[in-house]
Design a binder for this molecule. Structure first.
Ligand code: MOS
Length: 751
């Protein structure tokens, strides 16, 4: 049986504080009783069902649709095609930032990728809409699809990821390789992967006069609101988005997508509320994916095993009509010290949906290649992989020279290795067996993810009844973010968690920015913290300026807020409750706002990353090559832990995805048709319970006063990064076979 260890870490529990407590999800009971209303659960009166018809070819154009047959089907109300799609004020093919993706919204008859929407059938029932869509029987003029990483002429993109340079270097790599005592060069390939959130993309769109009401899962409501406003020629304030629950996102719900726009347009066309939910196979096209990569890594070390040079050239793919360039080589800049380093990217244009941010974009595919290469280099040096990493990890960011939190990384190496029992590892591969004769391998990988922040806002209120409120348009993809924000709220307002209200998840609340880049907890918590401090400041001013208060004359800095009371710092016995202060001032409530954003001065001075180390055991059947990950131990340092239960759960999720990356996931494209052959959850392999090993996540304590006032770094993405490479390295250690094309398959091990 897989076992998930919940070893508690008392160091994170602070007395009298909500922050640090392993609270369970506040929305847990709603979710397990079916009371949580996800977007597709909404059913406004008069609602119609929309079903997309999607392209069966990868490239070409639609020459005929049997609209008459679909319209004649009982229950079908309307068929939306490029002929009758309502006009747009903005160009869906417009792009003004790396976060605005070109959308397919029935512009014309062109087909740019398989599963592209080509029509929408709108009916009284889901069944009628589904049947109507099938009756469209599209005909096409098909052209030969471009597939694979050599599918078209490569180009050098102007930028990668969210705007990083496509290439970067320092020192002289060629000289470094020339002078090296040992060199290695290898090419690693990672496949296209699809987000596959459990909740499919969905929208319920209803027009209320000039206002547009949208129930749709979103990782970035304010950004979606602005984009929709531009496309429809509306004011953002007239667009109301509700996104209280998400069943996963992983990046695919970060930006407005084409099907959302089609749902809105279907409601405009019919004048009735419309629900549009993607089928699972329709999620393999218009809503993003992780692009494939081919990474060529060259490394050199001196006689003592210290790097003299590292280079990564990454080839990746984007669509024919938009640019998202998976920044896979960039992680090479953030882990290991070397006097010479060069990274570069190029890309090919394929007849595929546009790739997009997907959990640890860049870092996930980049680190499975980098950590494999580091392991190969250690092997060439005859060194233990941990000893090799301890020799080479960076104390300062290689390019900028800014200091890292490398002490935390050292602790992750030490704690993870000890817990795993790494010291008992034999250096040579294929030497360890279990009692059943299976080959046993132990591998490790370093985890890293930048500690980013976006900009977000919050509003805090203290009420005369002694309760408090925080409002912020934040997002919870299912990981328990709102529970953690409520904990930050309680501490920010100096109230027990039972006396606070936390409102979130709609676009009319203060803009909290995007839930992405593992930055939401840091950004929004900082906003809440500042809003709380501001409203407590107002309360303190009321008390300390009032002769009738026991706090009179103490000054704002002379009071401390705790459990709904302000105390004099110099004499804690002299205190007054929030309710008393507000009552005497004759106020129902007071409020203040706060903003969370990165501090440019500290970002200038420090390289900010979360770190970790992951240790994996695999067992491999020597005859059949079947691999099972049997044990994963990760140690992670990511600043202040708001809720250890949620944080550990994020680490488990990341580690499971790391196992999945190394052993399971791959979208397979048919080179003849350009179609994805496994666009379903039966054949697109994901780990199920039986594939999930014993997991353990160690929370390494880290106090980083520079990232933000609460010392928070993100935890959503880091754990996939070390794990995938650790699994690959464990497979090598078990078998002596170095697999460089992922996922690892049976035939690679027995072939
Ligand atoms: Mo994440 S890929 O930034 O949702």
């Amino acid at each position: 049986m897989p076992e998930i260890a919940l070893t508690s870490d008392p160091a994170h529990l602070r007395q009298g504080s909500s922050i640090g407590q392993p609270l369970t999800r506040r929305d847990g009971p709603l979710k397990v009783t079916g009371g949580a209303r996800f977007a597709a659960d909404n059913h406004p009166p008069g609602m119609l069902f929309a079903v997309m018809a999607v392209s069966g070819i990868a490239r070409g154009r639609v020459t005929a649709l049997d609209v008459a047959a679909a319209k004649a089907h009982p229950g079908v109300v309307e068929v939306m095609t490029p002929e009758n799609r309502p006009p747009l004020a903005g160009d869906p093919d417009g792009k003004d930032s790396p976060f605005s993706f070109r959308l397919d919204a029935l512009q014309n008859s062109a087909v740019r990728y398989p599963q592209q929407p080509i029509a929408v059938v709108i009916a009284e029932t889901l069944e009628a809409a589904t049947e109507g869509a099938a009756l469209l029987a599209p005909r096409y003029e098909a052209e030969a699809p471009r597939t694979g990483l050599d599918g078209s002429a490569p180009f050098t993109p102007p930028a990668v990821g969210a705007g990083n340079p496509a290439s970067a270097s320092h020192g002289d790599v060629e000289a470094g390789l020339q002078d090296a005592a040992r060199v290695m060069e290898a090419t690693y390939e990672t496949p296209a992967q699809y987000h596959n959130a459990m909740e499919p993309h969905a929208i319920v769109a209803a027009w209320d006069g000039p206002r547009l009401i949208l129930d749709t899962p979103s990782q970035g409501m304010a950004m979606a609101q602005a984009r929709i406003a531009g496309l429809l020629g509306m004011e953002a304030k007239d667009i109301h988005i509700r996104s209280p629950f998400l069943g996963g996102g992983f990046g695919s719900k970060g930006m407005l997508n084409g099907p959302q726009l089609l749902g809105i347009l279907a409601a405009r066309l019919t004048g009735r509320p419309v629900k549009l939910v993607l089928r699972r196979d329709q999620m393999y096209g218009p809503v993003g994916h992780r692009a494939p990569t081919r990474q060529t890594i060259r490394m050199g070390t001196d006689a003592g095993g210290a790097f003299t040079a590292i280079a990564n050239h990454t080839r990746t793919a984007t669509s024919t009509h938009d640019d998202f360039i998976e920044p896979a080589a960039d992680v090479t800049h953030t882990l290991y010290a070397t006097p010479a380093l060069a990274t570069s990217h190029d890309a090919v244009r394929l007849d595929t949906g546009t790739p997009m941010f997907m959990r640890a974009p860049g870092e996930a595919p980049g680190s499975i290649a980098l950590e494999s290469a580091v392991d190969e280099m250690a092997e060439a040096c005859g060194m233990d992989p941990l000893a090799f990493r301890l020799k080479n990890y960076a104390e300062v960011e290689p390019a900028s020279g800014k200091p890292f939190s490398s002490k935390a990384l050292r602790e992750c190496y030490a704690k993870g290795a000890e817990r795993f029992g790494w010291a008992g590892r034999l250096l040579e591969p294929r030497r360890m067996r279990d009692e059943a004769g299976l080959l046993v391998g132990w591998g490790m990988g370093t985890a890293t993810f930048p500690a980013l922040m976006f900009a977000g806002n919050a509003r805090a209120v203290l009420r005369a009844d002694g309760t408090g409120l925080v409002e912020t348009g934040a997002h919870d993809m299912g990981q328990g973010a709102w529970t953690a924000f409520a904990q930050v709220t309680a501490d920010g307002l100096g109230l027990p968690i039972g006396r606070i209200e936390f409102r979130s998840g709609t676009s009319d609340l203060p803009d909290a920015g995007i839930a992405g880049g593992s930055a939401h907890m840091a950004t929004v918590s900082t906003a809440i913290h500042h809003a709380g401090a501001a409203v407590i400041g107002k309360l303190a001013a009321l008390a300390t300026g009032d002769e009738r208060s026991p706090l009179f004359g103490a000054g704002n800095a002379g009071v401390v807020a705790r459990e709904g009371r302000l105390h004099r710092r110099d004499d804690e016995a002299r205190s007054e409750s929030y309710a008393e202060i507000l009552a005497r001032a004759g106020l129902e409530e007071i409020e203040a706002t706060g903003t969370g954003a990165a501090d440019p001065a500290s970002r200038e001075a420090f390289a900010m990353h979360a770190h970790g180390a992951v240790f994996v055991e695999v067992k491999v059947d020597p005859e059949f090559g079947q691999v099972r990950a049997t044990r994963v131990v990760g140690a992670f340092a990511a600043g202040r832990v708001i809720n250890p239960r949620m944080v550990r759960s994020q680490y488990f999720g990341g580690m499971i995805w790391g196992v999945s990356f190394a052993l399971h996931e791959k979208a397979v494209t048919d080179a003849r048709t350009g179609r994805i052959m496994n666009a379903n959850l039966a054949e697109y392999h994901l780990p199920v319970n039986a594939d999930v090993p014993s997991l353990e996540a160690i929370l390494v304590e880290e106090h980083d006063p520079h990232v933000n006032p609460l010392g928070i770094k993100g935890v959503g993405e880091i754990a996939i990064t070390g794990t995938a490479g650790a699994v690959a390295n464990a497979v090598w250690h078990a078998t002596g076979v170095r697999v460089r094309r992922f996922p690892v398959t049976l035939e690679a091990l027995i072939g």
